[in-house]
Design a binder for this molecule. Structure first.
Ligand code: AMP
Length: 115
């Protein structure tokens, strides 16, 4: 079994979080340190530590993450667009080792990486 992170406690509602969506496969909650007016994390309920650990059996949850991102973006009024981002391991600057998709929006974002 992969190790639990604080995100497992959020899924189980053992610690407070601003959960905006939850179903049998995924949970979405507001980032505690938002970098944009809308900054939401969408995570699989199953512990998948990183994007480098995904398997075919995870495809339902991974697909659901995109569907939920679209629904939340609509609820948040992000009709001008937004950014979905997954950091992976050390070089990707991943901090929490429970796979998560960032949904950033609510303002004009800059280039993804400095040129
Ligand atoms: P990453 O660098 O991609 O691993 O991003 C981890 C994100 O998790 C950061 O944006 C943190 O602000 C966020 N985060 C860490 N702990 C919590 C928490 N308890 N509730 C909400 N967001 C959190």
């Amino acid at each position: 079994m992969p190790e639990e992170t604080i995100f497992s406690k959020i899924i189980r509602k053992e610690i407070p979080a601003d959960i905006v969506y939850q179903d049998d496969l995924v949970t979405a909650f507001r980032d505690i340190n938002p970098l944009t007016p809308t900054h939401i994390l969408i995570i699989p309920n199953k512990i998948i530590p990183t994007a480098a650990d995904v398997n075919e059996e995870d495809e339902a949850a991974l697909g659901r993450m995109f569907t939920v991102a679209r629904k939340i973006a609509e609820q948040e009024g992000l009709d001008k667009g937004y950014r979905l981002l997954v950091n992976c391991k050390e070089h990707g600057r991943q901090e929490v080792y429970h796979l998560h998709m960032h949904l950033f929006g609510g303002k004009q974002l800059g280039n993804m990486l400095p040129k």
